[in-house]
Design a protein. Structure first.
Length: 209
């Protein structure tokens, strides 16, 4: 079974409080999502492979380290996952970005795919899938299933808030995928929203209701 990391960093927990607040406007909400994604990405990239190189400093030549291989690809699940992209790219600007478009049918709560565009060399990269919310888990499961057909080096999933039901479903469907969570909430309500959650992340990021 792959690992699940629930973040406990004080800065993440502090920013999550303002992210949840119903009075937080879209501009600040977008900034908070980006900042939290950057902090989470620091932990999610802890095990990236390194290689040794020689670097000439002003004083001498030193043996130093750089990232090895083709590095990373970030794949946000549209549309809310777009809110996390700037934050993670601020840490790894050389990463490629793919996109998977899914929306949740409000009657069945199942994901419906409408778009998929991934980097051509994704099989040489480690992939981190981005989505602020892990509710039922359907969208994340479907997105990861699609990415696996392209045989990347490995896949990780990163979300800001998760419901226990979605986390369990994702672990069961993809036991080989490491999962990074900003906060694990209480449950889903009867219409599939995370409680206490923060409402609809996409609407709050983009100011649509």
């Amino acid at each position: 079974m792959a690992k699940v990391m629930i973040m406990d960093h004080p800065l993440i927990q502090h920013k999550l409080t303002f992210l949840r607040d119903e009075k937080t406007a879209s501009r600040e909400f977008r900034s908070l999502v980006s900042e939290i994604a950057m902090l989470m990405c620091y932990e999610a990239t802890r095990d990236l492979p390194l290689k040794e190189v020689e670097t000439k400093t002003p004083l001498c030549t030193a043996k130093t380290k750089v990232l090895a291989g083709k590095k990373l690809a970030f794949v946000p699940i549209l549309r809310a996952g777009l809110g996390m992209v700037d934050g993670v790219l601020s840490l790894v600007p050389s990463a490629r970005v793919g996109h998977i478009g899914l929306y949740r049918d409000h009657d069945t709560l199942m994901p419906v795919e409408y778009y998929c565009k991934l980097p051509a060399d994704i099989e040489k990269r480690e992939v981190i899938v981005l989505d602020p919310m892990l509710a039922t888990g359907g969208s994340a499961i479907d997105a990861i299933t699609q990415i696996k057909t392209r045989n990347p080096q490995c896949i990780k999933f990163m979300c800001i808030i998760a419901a226990p039901e979605g986390l369990e479903a994702l672990q069961k469907a993809h036991p080989d995928v490491d999962i990074y969570v900003g906060a694990l909430d209480d449950c889903l309500n009867d219409v599939g929203y995370i409680m206490p959650g923060l409402g609809d992340a996409g609407d709050r990021i983009f100011g649509t209701k």
